[in-house]
Design a protein. Structure first.
Length: 512
């Protein structure tokens, strides 16, 4: 098995902050490619995407702002006119107020015979397809005035929108909506892929994302460390090869799920079943005695132990290779005792749900603070993350990358911040999961994830890789389940059988 420090980061798609992409742009121009030539490359790439995505369209409305993003729109308008399309060009900035490459682009469109209309509220947007070239990646403050009006009009048009580089109004670093943002059907982005196109509210606004590098090799710029990497299912093929023909259950690890306080048994059962389906050799479940019978009926392969409290755990923690603590744990004395027993071991931990809520209270109440731990995976959703950091949920959602990095700095180990575009922060940096769907907004999904993570750790997958791979498999399994029967009504228990396919060599080649 490959050493974790030599993991697959170099093979993963890098995501950059906006200022890093601007620096790449500057270096490219300084290296001998004229800025206007680069703008023409970007517009040609956008035009190609447009024709591939909407080959039947015969008329466009292109809304152009005042900077280089608007310049891209002007050049695209000229290309469309040259191909015989009817083009309505709507200006948010008069041509005589433009400068540099944006001015050249606007003059190019005029020379190509494309008319220009100034933006006015209530203007009729006539095209079959809208092109958003209003605001680029430099936007930091809330969208106001005419630009806000134009975004509202685009979203109300009832026609598909192609966004150039980024949907206007979306923050390029955080994916936050700055007052209002374009709802694009397709976004084509250039030079370096932007982090904000993959996290936060991006899933609602970006649509289909097309990245075009324009011949600028961002990966060669070794001094520009990506803000994150986008994960792909090839990770499973690397870290979960076919088993040896002589393998036995002792080779595949022993996971102990600690959860299911009285009255909360379902969560722990889901976690234990997911742990089994992802290949742990042995799975033990320590839960309230009332839940043992249900466990035997649902999944007899799991060794269920009824415990009245932490004192009944005995040697169970010491016999396991990894502990999963939190699903259905509760915040009463039963859960407090069980979590404390887990924390007193030196075993790798996966901490979820009420385990995180209790952990937040422990850290806040400790007089000298609690030391970070380097052998656990914490899996908070935004509410739990807010409690762990003492932030407001809105602050977590405003900058999810900053939040997951802050969590890791405070608590150590590896942290998974769940949500659309789940983020994983560990020693090797931040990773983003590109899979998942709204059907996952149902109870028990996090419990299933915790069981999957426990199974991977039990099988010897290194901590950070296990976190990345577990999040990937969990989200991709949900996508496969939704593809079969739809998103609405998707249950957490549906994921385990699909996940099993993904963690076997035939199912982890990236095409499933």
């Amino acid at each position: 098995m490959t050493d974790a420090s030599q993991g697959p980061e170099a093979e993963l798609h890098p995501l950059y902050f906006a200022d890093q992409v601007r620096e790449l742009d500057r270096r490219t121009i300084a290296g001998g490619i004229a800025g206007f030539a680069l703008m023409q490359r970007a517009s040609a790439a956008a035009w190609q995407v447009l024709r591939q995505r909407w080959p039947e369209v015969r008329s466009l409305t292109v809304l152009c702002g005042g900077g280089n993003n608007g310049g891209d729109g002007h050049v695209l308008a000229a290309l469309a006119a040259a191909e015989g399309l009817t083009v309505q060009r709507v200006l948010l900035r008069p041509v005589d107020e433009l400068s540099g490459d944006a001015r050249l682009a606007a003059e190019m469109a005029t020379a190509a015979g494309v008319g220009a209309e100034s933006w006015t509220p209530g203007i009729r947007l006539a095209g079959e397809l809208m092109v958003d070239a209003l605001l680029g990646t430099g936007l930091a403050g809330e969208v106001r005035g005419a630009f806000r009006e134009a975004i509202t009009a685009l979203n109300a048009s009832g026609r598909p929108v192609l966004a150039i580089d980024i949907p206007s109004g979306l923050h390029a670093d955080t994916g936050a909506v700055l007052g209002d943002a374009v709802l694009a059907a397709t976004t084509v982005t250039f030079i370096g892929d932007k982090l904000g196109l993959h996290i936060g509210a991006a899933a609602e606004h970006v649509g289909e994302l097309c990245f075009r590098g324009l011949g600028v090799e961002a990966l060669a710029e070794t001094d520009l460390v990506p803000a994150a990497h986008l994960l792909d299912m090839g990770l499973a093929a690397v870290w979960l090869p076919a088993r040896r023909r002589t393998a036995h259950k002792g080779d595949c690890g022993h996971a102990l799920v600690l959860g299911g306080a009285p009255g909360f048994g379902g969560a722990a059962l889901l976690a234990a079943e997911a742990c089994a389906r992802l290949g742990a050799g042995k799975i033990s479940l320590a839960t309230a005695p009332a839940h043992v019978a249900a466990s035997l009926v649902r999944r007899p392969e799991v060794m269920a132990h009824g415990i009245r409290g932490a004192t009944d755990l005995g040697q169970l923690p010491s016999q396991a290779d990894v502990l999963v603590v939190g699903p259905g744990l509760g915040q009463g004395s039963w859960g407090q005792g069980v979590l404390q027993a887990a924390l007193e071991t030196d075993k790798p931990l996966v901490v979820d749900a009420d385990g995180l809520n209790l952990l937040a209270a422990y850290f806040a109440g400790a007089e000298e603070g609690m030391a970070p731990r380097d052998n656990w995976i914490l899996t908070p959703h935004p509410g739990e993350a807010a409690r762990l950091l003492g932030w407001r949920v809105a602050e977590i959602e405003a900058d999810r990358r900053a939040a997951v990095v802050a969590l890791r700095e405070r608590f150590g180990g590896v942290v998974v911040l769940k949500g659309a575009g789940s983020l994983i922060a560990g020693p090797e940096g931040v990773a983003v999961c590109p899979f998942g769907n709204p059907g996952m907004a149902s109870g028990g999904m996090g419990d299933v994830l915790s069981g999957m993570l426990g199974a991977l750790l039990a099988q010897g997958v290194p901590l950070e890789i296990a976190a990345r791979l577990g999040v990937l498999v969990h989200a991709r399994a949900a996508d496969l389940a939704a593809a079969d029967a739809g998103e609405r009504g998707l249950l957490a228990g549906d994921l385990a059988s699909y996940a099993r396919i993904l963690v076997n060599p035939a199912g982890c080649d990236g095409d499933v």
